[in-house]
Each structure stands twice: as structure tokens, then as C-alpha cells.
Design a protein around this ligand. Structure first.
Ligand SMILES: Nc1ncnc2c1ncn2[C@@H]1O[C@H](COP(=O)(O)OP(=O)(O)OP(=O)(O)O)[C@@H](O)[C@H]1O
Ligand SMILES: [Mg+2]
Length: 269
């Protein structure tokens, strides 16, 4: 297996949280989901990989080269990151915003768009269905429309690796599937490695080749959805009792109904 990203013994202390010795390989050309409970360190891991946050110890290798050896523009052409949507974007039109994705390709004294930029901006808007909004201000879009613009912004970087932190949050079920299919298309037709944080385990199973599960700042398990999503995994990670049933090779998770007073998850908190 060739890896797009490798982390080696990553550690970070922030407040009372400890990302603890995280070493994980993310396969090239595949779709990988990082799953795990709230606060387990998923976003922190993505932020370290994309150099938004500096680790205390350890190293990240992207395409077989330490991130310390990359120049900022070079890394931006290799890896694009869509942060968790709680982060605000500047108040610009959709076209202006997506143009920002081209920044790594611009020379310092020439902020104009060239033909290549225009084509890529158009491609990013068309593939995400956001072209029809190109002259609207970002804040006037619905949550789901904004999410697609965020994806387009990352796509416009034309990187070989795309990291997305909860790309389907705030979307209704139809738009969630839209986004998952879009990411599948980007992966298969444009040969882009996709790595995303997902809470929806069912969708992770259906669309992802590889899962990485985190808990308390550590990697708990990695493997194919079939290997990872077992009843004992759900109990260990989420403290839930659930059946895992297979249909067409996809695991279906059926949680047992529980009374609030005996919720083991509440007890564990
Ligand atoms: N700057 C910070 N100061 C203090 N604590 C922080 C900081 N950044 C992150 N944390 C804490 O680190 C832990 C991990 O955060 P992180 O955002 O990585 O979790 P997550 O797995 O992405 O959770 P979620 O599913 O809720 O998005 C959380 O408990 C968070 O409060
Ligand atoms: Mg997060």
C-alpha cells in the first residue's frame, strides 16, 4: 500500500487535551474517514497534518516528504484542507471566495487570474453545483449551499490530497449523499486522495475504503469499514449496544434502544 500521508509519533498538549503518540498511515488514492467521539482529537489531527497547528513532537510525511521540508505554496498545491464549518469565511461573493483557492499558484506581484485560474475556478464551481450562486455573498447562502462552497474553495487548490473536516454536517440526508457522491467522483475520476472526518458511520462504511478510529487523543483501530465497524468497536468507542448487520457487504448499525437513566455513555462522561 502506498501512503499519501504518514504521521510518526505525533504528540500535542493543548489545555487538558493530549494527542498521544499518533502514528497512522493514510493510503494514497483512496477515501479515508477519521471517526470517533466528540473531543477525541480528529480535527486536531487534521490541523497538524495541514500545518494549521504545530505539534509538540513527531513528524508528518506527505507524499513521502516531511512537511518541514515543504515550502508553504508547495504544500498548498499538494494538500487542501476544508476546516470544520464553525470557522467563519470572509464576507465575499462565491466567485471571489473560490478564487482564493488559486492563491498558491499566483506570483507575488500578480494577483490577476490567468486562463488556468479561470478554468479551475469554473471547474470547482461546476462540479460542486455552486456556479449558479457565483455572484451572491457567502452569508446569504443556506448552510448546505455554504458547505458546497467550502468544498469548492478547497478543490480550487487543485491539490492531490483533500482533507475535509465534517463535510456533511448541517446537510439534509439528500445533500449529505450528494456530497459523499461528489467526493467519490473527485476521488475516482480526478485521482485525488480524500481524507475526511465523519460522524455518520453508515456513510463512512458505504463510501470510504479505510477507517481510522480515534478516542481520547489516540488511534484505537484502523482498517476497512468491515474490519472496524463491529459491535464490540461501537461498545468500546461510543459506549453503545448495537447490532451490526450486513447488507450487500455494507455494515448497517442498529442501536439498541436504551433508557436515559441507564445510558452508559452518560455514566462514562
Ligand atoms: N486551543 C485549544 N485550547 C484548549 N483545548 C483545546 C484547544 N483545541 C482543542 N482543544 C480540545 O482538544 C480536544 C480535541 O479537540 P478536537 O477539535 O480535535 O476534537 P474532535 O475530535 O474534532 O471533536 P468534534 O467531533 O466535536 O469536532 C477537545 O476536548 C478540545 O476542547
Ligand atoms: Mg472536530
Amino acid at each position: 500500500m502506498v501512503n499519501a500521508i504518514e504521521t510518526e509519533q505525533l504528540s500535542l498538549h493543548v489545555g487538558s487535551f493530549h494527542l498521544n503518540n499518533v502514528g497512522v498511515d493514510i493510503p494514497k488514492g483512496k477515501i479515508t474517514a477519521i471517526v470517533g467521539p466528540n473531543g477525541s482529537g480528529k480535527s486536531t489531527l487534521l490541523k497538524i497534518i495541514s500545518r494549521l497547528v504545530q505539534q509538540d513532537e513527531g513528524d508528518v510525511r506527505i507524499e513521502n516528504k516531511s512537511t518541514k521540508e515543504y515550502k508553504p505554496k508547495e504544500i498548498a498545491k499538494t494538500l487542501a484542507m476544508m476546516p470544520q464549518s464553525k470557522q467563519a469565511l470572509p464576507n465575499l461573493t462565491i466567485h471571489e471566495l473560490i478564487s482564493y483557492g488559486r492563491a498558491p499558484y499566483k506570483k507575488i506581484f500578480d494577483p490577476r487570474s490567468n486562463m488556468d485560474d479561470k478554468e479551475v475556478i469554473d471547474w470547482a464551481m461546476s462540479i460542486t453545483g455552486t456556479k449558479k450562486h457565483e455572484n451572491r455573498m457567502f452569508y446569504t447562502l443556506s448552510g448546505g449551499e455554504q458547505q458546497k462552497v467550502r468544498i469548492a474553495l478547497a478543490l480550487a487548490q487543485k491539490s492531490t490530497i483533500l482533507l475535509l473536516d465534517e463535510p456533511t454536517t448541517y446537510l439534509d440526508i439528500a445533500h449529505q449523499l450528494d456530497v459523499m457522491e461528489l467526493l467519490e467522483e473527485i476521488n475516482q475520476q480526478h485521482d485525488i486522495t480524500v481524507v475526511m472526518v465523519l460522524h455518520e458511520l453508515q456513510q463512512a462504511a458505504a463510501y470510504c475504503d479505510y477507517l481510522i478510529a480515534m478516542k481520547n487523543g489516540q488511534i484505537v483501530t484502523t482498517g476497512s469499514p468491515k474490519e472496524v465497524l463491529t459491535a464490540s468497536f461501537l461498545k468500546e468507542i461510543y459506549h453503545i449496544e448495537a447490532k451490526v448487520i450486513y447488507e450487500d457487504d455494507y455494515p448497517l448499525i442498529v442501536p439498541a434502544k436504551r433508557s436515559r437513566s441507564i445510558s452508559k455513555y452518560k455514566q462514562a462522561l
